[in-house]
Design a protein around this ligand. Structure first.
Ligand code: ADP
Length: 268
């Protein structure tokens, strides 16, 4: 079984007191503009080890930009990030670039489209990062990749190419490719929104299992049912701010803010 680099046995059941766990990630005052368009207007949140945080909200509210800011795909204009007790990264200071890069390597992103290499087999896709980027010995990388593929029900697909798989299988390989990097933090950017409806369930099931195993994750999703079942905390974003946050039960059954209510009424 894959073992996250720190944080114990990933197969152990989640502890009821997960919210008492150490803070893994803390973001403060994150701001980002694209030209004149201010997309993030001061985002504050933290993620504890083993916690599942979901970001919901209307299209264009800034969810993906938050996620991309967490692993260096976007650079905020201002704000700070602290990761796992490391030094605070201040985005207003370009000198903090080294710390930003170090942090980036500790998270792994699963995209809306799987982004698998079409000319590589499933197994080659999964071991590419560990071998080439992390310098893991080939035999070890192959063994770990095989175990992971088996866990998500893809043991027989090792030697197939992405185009030979269904969309749901491709996305599961995408998830395994992220897991193979043994990140501290998994980031999911609408992982099921490009799938045919009948394939959504199998992918959400895998993500839910990972959540139950104790992986720390931030998930941007339109799947409110998933958020209800898997999230420890739901952040509702609108217009570049977090309008409301709380446990799924609070947000979905008793939202405090009018904007949250209107959003939920529209999509539930
Ligand atoms: P969401 O994930 O909530 O749909 P996004 O974070 O994708 O929202 O986008 C928020 C806003 O930022 C949108 O208005 C979008 O058009 C804009 N945006 C996102 N990425 C870029 C970019 N690379 N260049 C210019 N505008 C962008």
């Amino acid at each position: 079984a894959p073992v996250p680099p720190t944080g114990g046995d990933p197969l152990a059941p989640r502890e009821a007191g997960a919210t008492d766990a150490a803070v893994l990630l803390s973001a403060r005052g994150i701001r980002k503009s694209f030209g004149a368009n201010e997309v993030l207007r001061g985002i504050d949140f933290s993620v504890r080890r083993g916690e599942v945080v979901t970001l919901i909200g209307p299209s264009g509210s800034g969810k993906t930009t938050v996620l991309r800011s967490l692993n260096g795909l976007e650079t905020p204009d201002a704000g700070t990030l602290e990761f796992d007790g490391g030094p605070s990264i201040d985005f207003a200071r370009p000198a903090d670039k080294a710390a930003r890069l170090a942090m980036r390597d500790r998270s792994a992103m699963v995209f809306q489209h799987h982004n698998l290499f079409p000319h590589m087999t499933v197994l080659e896709n999964v071991v590419e990062g560990p071998i080439r980027v992390q310098r893991v010995p080939k035999a070890q990388a192959l063994a770990e990749a095989s175990a992971l593929l088996e866990r998500v029900g893809l043991a027989e697909k090792h030697d197939q190419y992405p185009h030979q798989l269904s969309g749901g299988q491709q996305q599961r390989v995408g998830i395994v490719r992220a897991l193979a990097l043994k990140p501290d933090l998994l980031l999911f950017d609408e992982p099921t929104s490009a799938l045919d409806p009948e394939l959504v369930g199998e992918v959400l099931h895998v993500i839910k299992e990972l959540a139950d195993e104790g992986w720390t994750m931030v998930v941007v999703t339109h799947e409110l049912q998933f958020a209800k079942q898997a999230a420890d905390e739901v952040l509702f974003m609108d217009g570049g701010v977090i309008v409301e946050r709380g446990a799924p039960k609070e947000i979905f059954t008793n939202p405090r803010e009018e904007r949250t209510r209107r959003f939920l009424d529209r999509i539930l």
